[in-house]
Write a protein that binds this ligand. Structure first.
Ligand code: PLP
Length: 295
């Protein structure tokens, strides 16, 4: 496997970083996950912009200019023989504060560490799209946005990992995290939607959740299908009474949810609006690539 490390591609055995890297010591850094469909990267420029926004929010200057990233991503796919017509790619860019003496002061680290990996995308098991996934409501609360903005895709993922551990412990697909007011936010790596009385609802950004790129597309597609959308503040009870529920993210797209804790959602089957949005998402995908050949 070829990995991009700092300013060049190296084999994975050479892709090593220092134990003094502040990403390792303090979780000080940002990342972004992208995917391709065959050779074409989905919402590439939006993901790259979000990476740069995350970095800016923590005062980290990414040493590789934004305009060079498209070429790096495409080269990583080519070198690893993925992103071909048959193999979709999972792409991850990580930028940490870099190597420096122990201490929190970012100025201890003269240059950030940049890592980019490309590997074959492994989507969730296909049967889950037919049966729907089961989720729980975690007892771990989502980070308070005034303590750590959810718009920063930070490499410190402990909040989400603790919630994921709760899901794993009971054999659930994932956990939904509530916020400080016991309102719904999102899952550990995805945004949350549900339907009641024909209205598609999703927690508002101010509840403390990542402004997911797939979330934005789903809201747009719902508008095009004339499905009313509401972004709001919802207690967990509203979800238990929902007719449909689903999760969204870049790698799993739209994943139906048919169970929340012990409660079946929508009779335990993926709902009609969920299915319509999934179909529309697949049909509309073409619109969300950069023009062919653009880097
Ligand atoms: N929420 C969290 C906490 C995430 O980590 C992610 C994806 O990484 C998402 C939501 C979904 O975001 P996107 O649709 O941009 O992949």
């Amino acid at each position: 496997m070829w990995i991009y490390l700092n300013n060049r591609f190296v084999k994975d055995e050479e892709a090593v970083i220092s134990v003094f890297d502040h990403g390792f010591l303090y979780g000080d850094g940002v990342y972004e996950t992208l995917r391709s469909y065959g050779p074409r990267i989905f919402m590439r420029d939006q993901h790259l912009s979000r990476l740069f926004r995350s970095a800016e929010a923590i005062g980290l200057t990414i040493p590789i200019p934004l305009k060079e990233w498209a070429d790096i991503l495409h080269e990583a796919m080519a070198r690893n023989d993925i992103g071909t017509d048959r193999r979709d790619a999972y792409l991850r860019i990580t930028v940490s504060r870099g190597t420096g003496d122990i201490g929190l002061d970012p100025s201890l680290c003269p240059s950030p560490t940049v890592v980019m990996m490309a590997k074959p995308l492994v989507p969730p098991a296909s049967h889950l799209y037919e049966t729907g996934a089961s989720v729980i409501i975690a007892s771990t609360k989502r980070n308070l946005p005034s303590a750590l903005s959810p718009q920063i895709k930070a490499i410190n993922f402990l909040n989400n990992i603790l919630a994921k551990r709760e899901a794993i412990a009971v054999g659930a697909f994932d956990s939904i995290l509530l916020n400080w007011e016991e309102h719904l936010t999102e899952c550990t790596i995805s945004n949350l939607f549900f339907v009641t009385n024909g209205i598609l609802r999703t927690p508002a950004l101010e509840c403390g959740l990542l402004d997911g790129i797939t979330r934005g597309i789903v809201i747009q597609l719902a508008g095009e299908l004339q499905i009313p959308v509401e972004e709001g503040h919802y207690p967990a009870d509203q979800l238990r009474r929902a007719d449909e529920c689903f999760l969204t993210n870049t790698t799993m797209e739209i994943m139906p949810v048919t169970r929340v804790g012990h409660t079946p959602v929508g009779g335990g089957k993926p709902g009609r609006i969920t299915q319509r949005l999934r179909e529309q998402f697949i049909a509309a995908r073409e619109r969300f690539f950069e023009p062919a050949g653009s880097t």
